[in-house]
Design a protein around this ligand. Structure first.
Ligand code: GLA
Length: 384
């Protein structure tokens, strides 16, 4: 659905035209998984799939919410009644952003909102972050708050952590808010410093495929929180603020100091090697060696599967089948436990490879995966 249609639907619902229309994308992460809550490095880029929101301000303390993707009427919430973890529906994401803005002292006095999304949900492609960011950007503009993109991302993360109650890092919100077309975002999650790295696959005759396994991941399920707590335990045992502070060159010595803490050892090894992999990929892209990132992506998958233990049979099957059919590299992307994988391949291999993955899924009795090509797209912006 385009901006025009979203605006028209808003007018039907609320009786007047919206003051503006904004869009924010989902993302895919190229490399740097489960590093963001360890103050480490990530490298996502924005997808063409996005959430479009038509929004108007109100001055009576009321927020009205409607989504084209949910079979529900208009939800009406009072600003005074917004309370963390009081809402288990989709409305918690936009309402959480309003709550976070007000908590931070910004004067937001209400809103009428209509949303429509093309970001697959539960696929590890940041559909929730896209909802949060589109609302934050719209309210920032409408209320003249003057917040910068990274500040909006922080507020959206707070909405998700505190209001919705899911302990995610800062990658997804920053990606949706800050990515640029044609580039991957090399983000230092400690200080949110950013470098936009040109990522032109087509020029090299390459493609990056996203394979959505259709296994719905669920972060609130507890496994994500357990990994996060394990990483924090590792940092505490090693006497550092965050695992980011363990240099790659000192990894073996650090692991030796962890004694028989087998689980913590695996988690620490993943995070420290993964940060290093992000730096390797950045170096390769800077020197124009795009093809050479393939094996680094594949190493990342092995680490997530064997050390961090967040993969699943469907993700492993995508990676194994892709590699057996000519892919240059493949890995799960996002939080894991389902969701999507990315596959780097020559453009000429895409059809064979897609067919092979579909056949392997059919043979294993898995639901047919959704495969699409990911092109680095623009971050959040006003569209009308
Ligand atoms: C989810 C979280 C992110 C990040 C990834 C794993 O997408 O929302 O903050 O931790 O998992 O890299």
């Amino acid at each position: 659905m385009g901006a025009q249609q979203v605006a028209e639907r808003f007018t039907e619902l609320y009786g007047t035209a919206p003051q503006g229309v904004w869009a924010a994308p989902g993302r895919v992460n190229l490399i740097g998984e489960h590093t963001d809550y360890n103050d480490g490095f990530v490298m996502p880029f924005a997808l063409p799939h996005q959430v479009i929101a038509a929004v108007s301000g109100r001055d009576d303390g009321v927020v009205r919410l409607h989504s084209a993707d949910v079979e529900d009427g208009v939800a009406e919430l009072s600003l005074d009644a917004l309370a963390p973890q009081s809402d288990r529906e989709w409305t918690a994401y936009p309402a959480g952003v309003v709550w976070a803005l007000r908590q931070a002292g910004h004067e937001v006095t209400g809103a009428d909102i209509h949303l429509s999304s093309t970001v697959p949900t539960g696929a590890g492609l940041s559909s929730s972050a896209a909802v949060e960011v589109v609302i934050a950007l719209a309210l920032n503009d409408l209320y003249g708050l003057g917040l910068q993109r990274w500040q909006l991302a922080r507020l959206c993360q707070r909405a998700e952590n505190v209001y919705v109650g899911v302990p995610t890092g800062i990658m997804d919100q920053t990606a949706s808010a800050c990515c640029e077309s044609g580039h991957a975002l090399f983000l230092d999650t400690r200080d949110l410093s950013q470098q936009h790295i040109p990522f032109d696959l087509a020029a090299e005759g390459l493609r990056l495929l996203v394979v959505d396994t259709r296994v719905k991941h669920a972060h609130s399920g507890g496994e994500y929180g357990k990994r996060r707590a394990g990483c924090e335990k590792g940092a505490a045992l090693l006497g550092v603020d965050a695992l980011r502070d363990v240099p790659y060159a000192e990894l073996d010595a650090a692991l030796a100091r962890l004694g028989d803490e087998e689980e913590v050892i695996r988690l620490v090894r993943h995070v420290v090697t993964e940060d290093h992999r992000v730096e390797r990929v950045v170096g390769l892209l800077r020197s124009g060696e795009i093809r050479a990132i393939g094996p680094v992506l594949t190493e990342g998958h092995a680490s997530l599967r064997d050390d961090f233990r967040v993969s699943c049979p469907e993700l492993d099957l995508v990676v194994g089948t892709a590699l057996a059919n000519g892919a240059l590299g493949a890995r799960m992307t996002g939080g894991g436990f389902g969701g999507s994988a990315v596959v780097l391949a020559a453009a000429t291999d895409v059809d064979t490879l897609t067919k092979a993955v579909e056949e392997a899924f059919a043979a294993a009795g898995f639901t047919t995966p959704r495969v699409f090509e990911a092109v680095p797209s623009p971050g959040a912006r006003r569209v009308e």
